[in-house]
Design a protein around this ligand. Structure first.
Ligand SMILES: Cc1cc2nc3c(=O)[nH]c(=O)nc-3n(C[C@H](O)[C@H](O)[C@H](O)COP(=O)(O)OP(=O)(O)OC[C@H]3O[C@@H](n4cnc5c(N)ncnc54)[C@H](O)[C@@H]3O)c2cc1C
Length: 391
């Protein structure tokens, strides 16, 4: 992968060293697409990523196996960009360890952190983040899954769906209604071990780009109050803070896919002979290549601006939304253009551009669909406008 953007002022020398080391590791260890069960493949990748030390960047707290005391957004973005370029499932495995344990990193007690984070960082425990429900996806504050207090415990009742790592996770961070107040202010977060009685994998869901995914059912699932993360009623804020850390990294993953697609497009365009020249000799192709490269650089600038700004302690609500929207929508266009350059070969099952075409699609939907990002950006703009003195 071309790493020339590491010279941008957003990065420190440690970032460049990290990205280069991962690039070497990924070339040596990833991309073996021999037919393998997706669950087993994912478990293997988590173990490999942990053993090599990459997962340490996905958790916070050096005392708990983390690379630093806070999650460095530029590091996780560079890691996801590089992993996505080489292997979408490796990127998924990395991202879910971070997202699935993020609420513990941000709001867990020392005991909760000690019990879960070192195993997540070592790749010995698989994490999952259970927020969405069949009737509450984009409108997540309308969730119905309940956690009713019962002495020192809570009883979880309800469903969660689209849960990545569902079926292979060792624990789930589950968001459920505890009723302190209506809507978003009456939700709490819980760590639920996968073998807790009353937690069932109700359905495994097959995807166009396979990764482990399930619908979960909770039927009087008893969880100790000590497994609640943070104060009762504060779970929605914790979910949003977790997503806030990882949203920019979704943009970075899209960027990795897009860079891979451009490389594939360039390779085909410069070697495919037609009409007495190569595909790349035609100006229509050159215009497409120019557009692809510009889309990628725009997305990269937005992504690393958001990551850099977040690492400096600034709010990035608008910047992260812009990065996610531009990078995921842009990557879809870049991948489509690359596939077109491959002609019939581009739609053959398993070739890289066909794989990328399926890999990118879900990124425009999860962790806030593009339309939700548009609303966030517009809301921020309108708020600023209203705060300005009248002219
Ligand atoms: C592959 C994959 C993995 C996932 N992993 C997880 C996970 O690990 N944990 C988890 O909790 N969830 C996960 N999700 C769920 C994901 O976050 C939701 O799918 C997403 O929030 C959208 O919710 P929904 O599917 O219910 O779509 P809906 O909320 O029904 O939205 C449908 C569409 O409506 C549009 N839309 C939404 N809001 C607006 C609006 N205000 N105005 C106009 N249009 C709008 C968007 O185009 C959206 O795609 C995953 C989803 C996928 C596809």
């Amino acid at each position: 992968m071309n790493l020339e953007h590491l010279a941008w002022p957003f990065f420190e020398s440690r970032h460049a060293a990290l990205a280069r080391a991962l690039q070497d590791w990924a070339q040596a260890h990833l991309g073996d697409h021999a037919a393998q069960d997706v669950d087993d493949h994912c478990r293997t990748l988590v173990r490999q990523l942990g053993a090599a030390g990459w997962l340490a960047h996905a958790v916070a707290g050096q005392a708990y196996g983390g690379a630093a005391d806070t999650i460095d957004t530029r590091s996780i973005c560079l890691l996801r960009e590089t992993l996505a370029h080489h292997d979408a499932l490796a990127d998924f495995a990395f991202a879910m360890q971070g997202l699935g344990s993020g609420a513990i990193s941000l709001g867990g007690t020392p005991e909760q952190k000690a019990a879960y984070l070192p195993r997540v960082a070592a790749g010995q425990a698989i994490a999952a983040f259970a927020l969405s429900e069949p009737d509450s996806g984009s409108d997540v504050a309308s969730m119905a899954c309940e956690a009713l207090r019962d002495g020192d415990d809570y009883l979880l009742q309800g469903q969660k769906t689209w849960i990545s790592n569902g079926g292979i996770a060792d624990f789930y961070v589950v968001f459920a209604r505890t009723g302190e107040a209506p809507g978003a202010r009456g939700i709490s977060a819980f760590i639920v071990d996968a073998d807790t009685p009353g937690l069932q994998i109700a359905e495994r869901i097959a995807l166009i780009a396979p990764h482990p995914l399930a619908r979960l059912r909770f039927d009087r699932c008893r969880v100790k109050a000590s497994q609640r993360i943070g104060p009762a009623g504060e779970g929605f804020k914790l979910a949003m803070r977790t997503l806030d850390v990882f949203r920019t990294s979704v943009a970075a993953a899209a960027l990795g896919f897009a860079r891979r697609a451009l490389a594939e497009g360039l390779q085909r365009a410069t070697t495919r002979q037609m009409f007495g020249s190569t595909l790349a000799d035609f100006q229509i192709t050159q215009a497409k290549l120019a557009q692809m490269a510009t889309t990628i650089d725009s997305a990269a600038l937005l992504t690393y601006r958001a990551a850099w700004q977040r690492d400096r302690g600034h709010g990035v609500t608008r910047e992260a939304a812009m990065a996610k929207m531009a990078a995921t929508e842009g990557a879809q266009q870049v991948i489509d253009a690359a596939l077109q350059m491959w002609g019939g070969l581009g739609v053959v099952s398993g070739v890289p551009v066909e794989q990328l075409y399926r890999d990118i699609r879900a990124l425009r939907i999860y962790e806030g669909a593009t339309e939700v990002q548009q609303l966030i950006i517009a809301r921020e703009l309108l708020r600023e406008q209203q705060a300005r003195p009248p002219r």
